[in-house]
Structures are given as C-alpha cells and as structure tokens.
Design a binder for this molecule. Structure first.
Ligand SMILES: Cc1ncc(COP(=O)(O)O)c(C=O)c1O
Length: 360
C-alpha cells in the first residue's frame, strides 16, 4: 500500500479515490478562519471523512473537535487520539450503551438524546461503568427527523437529564438538514435564521430555569454562515466542506472539490465513452457526477462497475484518464477502503478509510 506514496498519478492503476491536499488545505483555512473571526468553534463532521489519517491531518491544521453520526466513527477517532467527540445521534440499546460507556472512559465524548427511556438507559450504563457522560438534547428545528420540539419539550428533557446520575446536561443540538442543498440563498437564510431563533430561544428558556447550557451546536456546509456568529450558538458542525462534491459545489462554490475518483476509459464509441468505475465506487446519492475539467462530457449512466459518458469521443484513446467528481462525497468515502492524498500530481500519502462500510 505504502509503495504508492511518491508515485505520479499517471503511474496509478484505476479506479482510485484521490484527495487533493491543496484543495483540502484551502477549504479548511476558509472554514476555520471564518469560525475564528466569528467566535464560533468548528466541529468537523467525521461522517464525511471516515478516515483517521485525514482527521489527524485536519487536527494538525487547527480542527481539534469532531462530530460523528455513529458509534464506530467515534471509536475510530478515539483510537487515533482525537478525543473531543460529539455523537450527533441517538445511541440506543444495551450493547451500544456499554460501548459508549467504554468510550467515555477514554475520550471526552458527548451524545444526543431525544427520548426519556433512552436517557434512563444511558444513565444506567454510565453508572455501571462509573463514568459521567455529557448529553445534548437534540432539538428539531424543522428537519423532522430526530429531536424534540423547541421550547418546553426540550426544557422538560433537560430537567429530566439533570436528575439522572451518570449524565451531565451540556446543551443543545439543532441541525437544519432540510436546508442544506436549497439553492435559493434568501429563502435558505430566512429559514436557517428561523431555526436558530428556535434553538437559541430554547437555550434561554433552559437557562432561565437555572440549568447551564454550555454548548449550542448546529448547521452544515450549506448553512454554516448563518449559524457562525449567531448570538447564542457556540459551535457549527459541517463535514462536506472538507472534501466537497458537485451537488454541494453548486450551492457552495467557495469550497473546492478535493475528492475525485481517478478512472480509465475502457471502451468508446463516437458519441460516448465508458469508465472503469460505477455506482460501487461513485455514490449516486444526490445525482450525477461530473467529469473534472471536461464540462462538455456528461455522465448519463452509472451501472455497478461502469460510467457511461456522452461526448464527442472520436479521438479519445482507450486507457485515457478522467477524474470523476461525485455528487455526494460522504457516501463515496463510505464505498472505499483507502484514499490517496495527492499534491502536485503525485501521491503524498495513503490512508485507510477505517469506518467505511460500517453502520454500527
Ligand atoms: C447532525 C448533522 N450535523 C451536521 C451535518 C452537516 O454535514 P454536511 O456539512 O456534510 O452537510 C449533518 C449531515 O448529515 C448532520 O446529520
């Protein structure tokens, strides 16, 4: 595996998942500088990365805190020595509650909750393990997925947590996932601000009841700028901004597309060519991928191991290379076991993607 380091891209077999490190550096700088200027912490979502080497790379560039969607992702981070972790999801059932307790012994991990019986389950597991777990109430600010309604229902849950041994109420999470890919910027801003008002209003209500609220977190790559600097929000939690994809790039062109799949042309006709990677290597989530630097070449079909690309292909040679920009970077990282960090046309580093293909 490490024999790939130092190789020029032309020497690589295909398909390969490439990460352009210069583009990643620029994306990180843009987000972290903005966070610093606006006085908000940036907690990078690891579900977009799933790769400990890349998380360490981000840590070395100032991104000290991480968000996870799954317990296995949090464990991968802790194994990598990255210890400030928020699990932005419900962890349910005795097996996972024990795993979470074990994790809480070796990392500063917090978790989201939205149901009293889950809170009781976590409290019992933490007491048994002799640890205290930080807990955030997940507030539904319009996405209608997990979470409790803002206001009184969230306050009731915060009070309930405050009575449980083994748990510590730390704050609120409200994620506006329904707004991320909205392309009407004014509509997005207005809806995002409405959600933030609900979230911060809930914070005030809980504080009025005498319960401190240390953390208020939310937003993603599509809405980060509305939450960053919003009075009462302490963190933002975007993930896709690191690697990006063509769906997000259409609404957030300030972040560059760092993730591509390097492919070879394996067949051609006058009006199309076929690449050696399909939906098993390039996620179909969120639409069709793009061909980097070849705007006129249109991906019209992804089958399992083939991408069909329409264009004038009369002079294209079999074996020619193309880089494909997927429409969903997070789901694409989940399809691969390793990625190559590249710079100046050469492989600089090879990272395993430890959490890919895991759902536990
Ligand atoms: C809870 C939560 N927070 C934040 C995000 C933001 O991620 P991204 O920046 O990739 O949209 C997501 C995306 O799914 C999420 O589920």
């Amino acid at each position: 595996m490490s024999s790939l380091a130092g190789q020029p891209l032309e020497a690589l077999d295909t398909p390969q998942l490439l990460l352009d490190l210069d583009i990643i550096d620029a994306n990180l700088r843009r987000m972290f500088d903005a966070g610093e200027k606006r006085g908000v912490a940036v907690r990078t979502h690891f579900k977009s990365l799933k790769c400990a080497g890349l998380a360490r790379y981000i840590h070395a560039r100032g991104g000290r805190t991480f968000l996870c969607a799954k317990l296995n992702e949090a464990e991968v981070l802790a194994d990598a020595g990255l210890n400030d972790i928020l699990l932005a999801n419900q962890v349910v059932g005795p097996i996972k509650a024990r795993r979470l307790a074990d994790l809480a012994k070796r990392a500063q991990v917090r978790v989201c909750v939205d149901q009293p019986e889950n809170i009781e389950e976590l409290s019992a597991a933490m007491q048994q393990a002799g640890v205290t777990l930080g807990v955030l109430v997940e507030v539904d600010i319009g996405m209608a997925r997990c979470g409790v309604a803002p206001g009184e229902p969230a306050l009731a849950l915060a009070k309930f947590i405050a009575q449980q041994r083994g748990l510590r109420f730390d704050g609120l999470q409200g994620y506006d996932g329904h707004l991320q890919l909205l392309d009407n910027a004014e509509e997005k801003r207005a809806k995002a601000v409405h959600g933030l008002e609900q979230l911060v209003g809930t914070r005030r209500l809980i504080e009025k009841a005498g319960i401190p609220v240390r953390v208020v977190t939310g937003a993603g790559t599509g809405t980060w700028e509305y939450a960053a600097g919003y009075n009462g929000v302490t963190e933002i939690q975007p993930g896709s901004f690191v690697l990006m994809d063509c769906a997000y790039h259409a609404v957030r062109p300030e972040f560059g597309c760092a993730l591509t799949i390097l492919c070879s042309v394996i067949s051609r006709r006058p009006a199309w060519y076929v690449l050696d990677a399909g939906s098993k290597a390039i996620s179909k989530d969120f639409g069709s991928p793009l061909i980097k630097d070849h705007a006129r070449e249109k991906v019209v079909k992804l089958s399992e191991e083939h991408a069909k690309v329409e264009c004038d292909a009369a002079n294209l040679k079999v074996g020619a290379r193309r880089e494909v920009i997927p429409a969903h970077c997070c789901a694409t990282m989940n399809l691969h076991r390793q990625c190559l960090g590249v710079r100046n046309g050469k492989v600089e580093t090879v990272w395993p993607i430890e959490a890919s293909g895991r759902y536990d």
